[in-house]
Design a binder for this molecule. Structure first.
Ligand SMILES: [Zn+2]
Length: 439
């Protein structure tokens, strides 16, 4: 199977070119990159004039709820939703039922993921057995089976010795530890950001220090062991500062931020009259926290943008604020939301910096064998995302491939959308018509 993509503006994972480039893929691999590639023998030809041709976007953090919570999402719906959102790769979180804490479940996810027609599914494994935070899970066996990250996401690893041991093991396995930064002693019973949102409502506040203090702890373990640690869904100014200071001291720390913390803030929770659709862990923060995340993107403190797509059934989410579940579903509009916000903020960083946080940035955090997913190079897997920076579309959650039916962006018109997703050399999602004449 040969597909020719013509006249795209090439983003190779680092640099965005303003010259038109062609890419030929053959049997799932990028075989040629250049100008004026002959369409002789191509089964399909697409004209990407005015569109950005990028390595496939990678979501380092999403909840596909499989096994055990398939009424919220499953691998098939999640994989299709991912492709529709521009993601060629999804790393699914292991806080399922049962938790993914053994090699058999890693193999289950990889095998079932292979059968899905959308995004490539890469599983993460629990750091602790049964995700209970007491003893290490079988990290070695899971790494061999194909786990790409170790995390107890949904919960922090509160036992510091366990986190230190996990770091030591992970470095030998070449698989990174991802910490969900939260000090539970500070967040028990908390519902919203500690600030105006908690003051206005009387709901218990979730302080920034609950996140930053766990990051300081993890940084000190990383410094002690020399092993990399990754912090996910970093939301507060203090946390970004902590990561920035650690990086300046050559600590091997990395972090990701979410589209909702980049685009939404606590004023919207208040403005909505405390609608549960805005309820999430960590909570939506202040506008100055949101500004700090964008500054972290601009200056290189942030390594990736990851959705933390957390789908729930309507019955679990459409409830009074205190009863609603924590989590925002965004897979199918996350990229558009970020591109729209970037434009709205008058382009606070170069576009190629933003694109790298969906591609080469997250790819660098995966085990060695997956790092070529974040680049466009001859011989790399043909995972591609095509972006139309000018395309405007209104989010309509009723049409989502995801099982989620609530998102804060529903009804919003966003500018800048993924319009095609290619996975393993196959068109997994496309709004672009084939050029006639392709064979
Ligand atoms: Zn989390």
């Amino acid at each position: 199977m040969k597909i020719l993509f013509r006249n795209g503006l090439l983003f190779d994972g680092t640099t965005l070119s303003c010259e038109k480039t062609d890419i030929l893929t053959e049997d799932g691999i990028i075989s040629r990159i250049g100008k004026g590639i002959d369409d002789e023998g191509a089964n399909e030809v697409y004209n990407l004039s005015g569109l950005i041709l990028s390595p496939g976007f990678i979501d380092l953090h999403c909840h596909l709820r499989d096994p055990g919570q398939e009424w919220r999402e499953d691998l098939l719906s999640g994989s299709r939703a991912g492709a529709a959102g521009g993601f060629s790769t999804l790393v699914c979180m292991p806080n399922t039922d049962p938790p993914v804490d053994n090699a058999a479940l890693i193999r289950y996810l990889l095998e079932k993921g292979e059968e899905c027609e959308g995004s490539r599914i890469l599983p993460s494994g629990c750091l602790s057995r049964e995700r209970a935070g007491k003893t290490l899970a079988e990290m070695g066996k899971m790494a061999i089976a194909g786990a790409v990250i170790f995390t107890d996401d949904g919960s922090p690893v509160s036992d510091t010795n366990l986190l230190r041991l996990a770091l030591l093991y992970s470095s030998r396995l070449g698989v990174r530890v991802m910490e969900h930064p939260e000090d539970r002693s500070l967040t028990s019973g908390a519902q919203v950001n500690d600030g105006i949102c908690s003051t206005f409502s009387g709901l218990k506040g979730w302080p920034s220090s609950a996140e930053a203090s766990d990051i300081f702890r993890g940084v000190s373990l990383s410094m002690d062991t020399g092993v990399p640690i990754h912090f996910t869904h970093v939301s507060a100014k203090e946390s970004i500062n902590a990561v920035r200071i650690a990086k300046a001291s050559d600590c091997k720390v990395t972090c990701d931020v979410t589209p909702h913390h980049l685009c939404l803030d606590e004023s919207m929770v208040i403005g909505s009259g405390y609608d549960g659709v805005f309820k999430v862990t960590p909570p939506l923060r202040s506008a100055s926290d949101t500004d700090a995340l964008w500054e972290g993107i601009r200056d290189g403190t942030v390594d990736a943008i990851a959705t933390d797509h957390a789908p729930y059934h309507l019955d679990e989410k459409d409830l009074p604020f205190q009863e609603s579940s924590f989590g925002i579903a965004s897979l199918e509009c996350a990229v558009a939301a970020v591109l729209d916000e970037w434009k709205r903020r008058k382009e606070p960083c170069p576009l190629e910096r933003l694109l790298s946080l969906f591609t080469s940035g997250p790819a660098r955090l995966l085990p060695e064998k997956w790092r070529t997913l974040g680049l466009i190079a001859a011989g790399s897997p043909a995972d591609l995302t095509v972006i139309d920076p000018a395309f405007e579309q209104t989010v309509d959650v009723s049409k989502w491939k995801s099982k989620a039916r609530l998102t804060p962006w529903n009804g919003r018109t966003l500018r800048g959308w993924p319009v095609m997703t290619v996975v393993r050399g196959k068109i997994a999602y496309s709004l672009i018509d084939r050029v006639s004449g392709g064979k």
